[in-house]
Design a protein around this ligand. Structure first.
Ligand SMILES: [Fe+2]
Length: 291
């Protein structure tokens, strides 16, 4: 593991903007906030558009172009593949996504502080269900072990764990095996979207030997909100000071009255690394702090 013993990094985690259903005032508020306080990295976990239409990707592209010039990672979501145009869906499902958003469907960001790996669980053969293949799980675990940065993050569109029963069917297939392998390989944080429900929980290996943190984002811009839950995004601050590591997570909700995003919830996770630089029991998430 390289880099100094002290570091700090801020990551904005956005998800499910669903261009085509975006609320203009919310988009402007989010752009304003990110331009005023640029994070070190912007991570967007899929469903960039509502129906994978060209005009929706054009709108999405102009949003991306207006973001501050910091490194950015995007993942496709199930909505970014055409649904009704069956031929395009089968022959070149990621055509618009690759043209307007990124050629890379599973990008990664790696510096001396962090490794962020995106894993694409969408498929032209499935409507909305996500699935992680055994080879994706294995390849990602190997990459995590090989990079071994102070912090490791894995991003997927579909969640790897649910907090309400009705979402169990929305969890990516293979999530259990993926969590087991990726936590063991050193993943500190998992981020996702898809269900428009923000939450932050501890996740454990099946044998409970080690734990990590799973963070879900709501929809950042779409009027397709779930049960009145406001538009939101997450701001993750990674900090390392000597052997102590910390992740401070803020959920920021859109507040219609002020027309801005405001701090809604804070989570804090802590971990220890021993002198051999292996992780001891992973992460502990403190009870959440409502603001
Ligand atoms: Fe989705």
């Amino acid at each position: 593991m390289s880099g100094s013993m002290r570091m700090r990094m801020r990551i904005a985690h956005l998800s499910d903007p669903h261009f085509g259903t975006v609320v203009p005032a919310v988009r402007d508020a989010l752009l304003g906030e990110l331009q005023t306080h640029p994070p070190d990295l912007i991570l967007i976990t899929g469903d960039i558009t509502q129906r994978a239409r060209r005009d929706q990707f054009v709108e999405a592209r102009s949003f991306l172009d207006a973001l501050p010039r910091v490194p950015r990672l995007c993942l496709p979501g199930n909505h970014d593949l055409p649904l009704f145009d069956v031929i395009t869906r089968m022959v070149k499902p990621y055509d618009h996504y690759c043209w307007y958003i990124s050629q890379e469907l599973q990008p990664e960001f790696v510096d001396e502080r962090v490794a962020v790996l995106c894993v694409d669980a969408t498929s032209r053969l499935r409507h909305k269900d996500g699935a992680l293949t055994p080879s994706q799980i294995e390849r990602t675990a190997e990459r995590l072990a090989e990079l071994d940065r102070p912090f490791s993050i894995v991003a997927t569109h579909q969640p790897l764990a649910a907090v309400v029963n009705t979402d169990v069917r929305n969890v990516a297939r293979g999530a259990g095996q993926a969590l087991d392998r990726w936590i063991a390989a050193g993943a500190d944080l998992f981020v996702g979207g898809h269900i428009h429900l923000p939450y932050c929980i501890e996740v454990h290996m099946t044998d409970r030997r080690q734990s990590s943190v799973l963070l879900q984002a709501g929809t950042c811009l779409s009027r397709r909100i779930r049960n009145g839950i406001q538009n939101s995004y997450n701001l993750v601050t990674l900090q390392r000071d000597g052997t102590e590591r910390r992740m401070a997570i803020e959920r920021r909700d859109y507040d219609a009255a002020s027309g801005r995003f405001v701090l809604a919830l804070q989570h804090e996770a802590t971990s220890l690394m021993n002198r051999q630089r292996t992780r001891l029991n992973g992460w502990r998430l403190a009870p959440q702090i409502a603001v």
